[in-house]
Ligand binder design. Structure first.
Ligand SMILES: *Cc1c(COP(=O)(O)O)cnc(C)c1O
Length: 354
């Protein structure tokens, strides 16, 4: 019956980093340091946990389809912008693609970057085209606008996964001015960096800023993402969305998490301290970045060799070889719990050979 499946889904989908974890387990590490998937190692805000538990008895009812509570908390937090919310930022990306992309439409992607954009574009029948970043992994606005010209939508991630590189608001403004499609700015890691792109929403009607509760807010398992959208665009978004997006538990938890500013601030400052320690103490060059992970250049070794050696020492990190556009000598290491970070610093020091 496989002939019934659309051709877009015949090839392999999203690649999860399971191989390194298997190597660590085979080497006898029952509890390896898990630094491969950019999760927040700390539990969610206790207020979020309580809010989630409190609404569970009402789960017989459908959730509020307008996500009213969460949107109100977003306006309180960020100011008077237009917001949409969905099942992770991935859910937002899917819905945006539904509003814009039909068979054969081209979508620009600043590469190397997060692989889901390409998968989601193809699932919608679109064609993803890569716009290469510069050698330092930043985006040249002139090149970007030239290559993206004529596309309806472009994806740009900042701080970028997996490189960590962060664009200035000036670069983003320059792109918004010179690109005639919609720019989707993926800010999944922005809390760890602090660059503020929000004021650009007041100036440009072709900018969408995607955010998530999965990373700095420790709610990856509840799947909550949101986006700043232009006013004109919002009604179209809702026409293309599924009737219910956030569930009662995720909405209650996300609302409480957003209000608990102390929890997120504490996490961000711990992550920033460790990021600096990784930069200072890793013997290999670390690409400058603003996320809760760092990308490390392990040349002359290959990413696969270093990932395997680290796994044998009980530290699971991600090879960047599966990111199209990156040479095979970069690894990505998330900032985890202190014991995990220490384990990484020790292990990378042991395997370092100049
Ligand atoms: C983790 C991540 C996301 C996905 O966020 P969810 O809200 O968990 O779907 C989106 N973009 C980038 C770059 C990410 O790394």
């Amino acid at each position: 019956m496989k002939h019934l499946i659309r051709k877009e889904f015949l090839e392999e989908g999203y690649v999860f980093a399971t191989r390194a974890a298997d190597i660590a387990r085979a080497a006898g590490h029952t509890r390896p340091a898990r630094l491969a998937s950019n999760e927040n190692p700390y539990p969610p805000s206790s207020k979020a946990i309580k809010a989630a538990a409190d609404v569970l008895p009402t789960a017989n009812r459908y959730p509020d389809e307008t996500n009213r509570e969460f949107i109100a908390a977003l306006k309180k937090r960020h100011g008077d912008y237009q917001f949409v919310a969905s099942v992770g930022m991935d859910g937002i990306i899917d819905t945006i693609l539904r509003t814009l992309i039909s068979d054969g439409d081209r979508v620009a992607v600043a590469t190397p970057t997060y692989s889901y954009y390409g998968l989601a574009v193809r699932a919608q029948g679109g064609v993803a085209i890569s716009v290469p970043r510069k050698d330092d992994f930043s985006v040249d606005p002139a090149v970007f606008c030239r290559e993206a010209a004529g596309t309806k939508l472009a994806f740009l991630c900042t701080p970028n996964n997996p490189t960590g590189s962060t664009e200035t608001p000036k670069t983003i403004a320059n792109i918004c001015e010179n690109y005639d499609g919609i720019l989707f700015l993926d800010c999944a890691y922005i809390e760890f960096d602090g660059t503020d792109y929000r004021p650009l929403m007041k100036k440009y009607d072709n900018l969408i800023i995607g955010r998530t509760m999965s990373k700095a807010y420790s709610l990856a398992g509840l799947r909550v993402g949101y986006a700043f959208v232009p006013e004109w665009y919002e009604p179209f978004y809702h026409r293309a969305a599924t009737p219910f997006t956030l569930n009662v538990v995720s909405q209650a938890a996300a609302t409480a998490a957003l209000r608990d500013t102390v929890h997120v601030k504490t996490i961000v400052s711990v992550v920033q301290e460790w990021r600096q320690r990784f930069i200072d103490e890793c013997p290999y060059p670390v690409v400058p970045g603003g996320a809760n992970f760092v990308m490390i250049d392990v040349a002359p070794h290959t990413a696969e060799d270093v990932v395997t050696e680290l796994a044998q020492k009980g530290v699971v990190v991600r090879s960047c070889a599966s990111f199209p556009g990156l040479p095979n000598h970069y690894i990505r290491v998330s900032i985890g719990e202190p014991w995990e970070n220490e384990a990484f610093i020790t292990a990378i020091g042991e395997i370092y050979q100049p």
